[in-house]
Design a binder for this molecule. Structure first.
Ligand code: ZN
Length: 215
């Protein structure tokens, strides 16, 4: 069992999917022959609205999926990446933020108190869009690693936001769904005008989770 703590996000306006250009530059100089960067599915792709299935087999394919998620997340400078974002309908995500890094299989989370945080959030599947979103501030997530061993991750602030955001992905929920009505309207307008948006299926969905718990 592994437990990670977390500190505060050092750069408040860094954005949830902030690019770490130094890290990216360093990465580009390394041998990329074993890096498995995959294309990220964008808002409008139905796979992002489809609830993912529980992982049953902790096998080589799962290890490959975790590596694909990790390599793609790092290449994009993201704080987290969920399997549906690579078109894979399994309950797995990777994360790397606030000095904590890893992956969770079949994750659930609960808030440890009633504190909330309201701040900027973004998504690699919704490029260039950053909007203020209400989340629980302190959470504990439970799940398994790729070997089927239990994992517990405690997180606050950015890491807590990441855990909630990525678990939502596994239920077909996007952070747009968590915005207040006025902000969501502005976000949808901006998305419709974005270069990358091809007019797919810009749906809004109700999260199955309350603010303080994720099944
Ligand atoms: Zn996302």
């Amino acid at each position: 069992m592994v437990t990670w703590g977390s500190g505060r996000c050092g750069t408040h306006r860094c954005g949830f999917t902030r690019l770490n250009r130094l890290a990216t530059a360093a990465h580009a100089r390394t041998d990329r022959s074993n890096v498995t960067v995959q294309p990220i599915r964008l808002f409008g792709d139905p796979v992002l609205r489809t609830p993912a299935a529980e992982v049953v087999d902790f096998d080589k394919e799962l290890a490959t999926l975790v590596k694909d998620l990790w390599d793609t997340m790092e290449d994009e400078g993201g704080a987290g990446l969920a399997a549906p974002q690579l078109g894979v309908g399994l309950r797995v995500f990777t994360y790397h933020c606030d000095g904590s890094a890893g992956h969770l299989v079949n994750p659930t989370w609960t808030a440890v108190d009633e504190q909330t945080q309201f701040g900027e959030e973004g998504c690699l599947s919704i490029p260039g869009q950053y909007w203020d979103c209400l989340r629980a501030r302190n959470v504990v997530a439970k799940g398994w690693n790729m070997h089927g061993e239990p994992v517990v991750v405690e997180g606050s602030d950015l890491l807590a936001r990441c855990i909630q955001h990525e678990t939502d992905h596994l239920d077909g929920v996007l952070f747009l769904d968590k915005l207040d009505a006025e902000t969501r309207k502005a976000a949808m307008k901006a998305i419709r005008e974005a270069d990358w948006f091809d007019g797919g299926m810009p749906t809004i969905k109700q999260s199955p989770h309350s603010l303080f718990g994720g099944a």
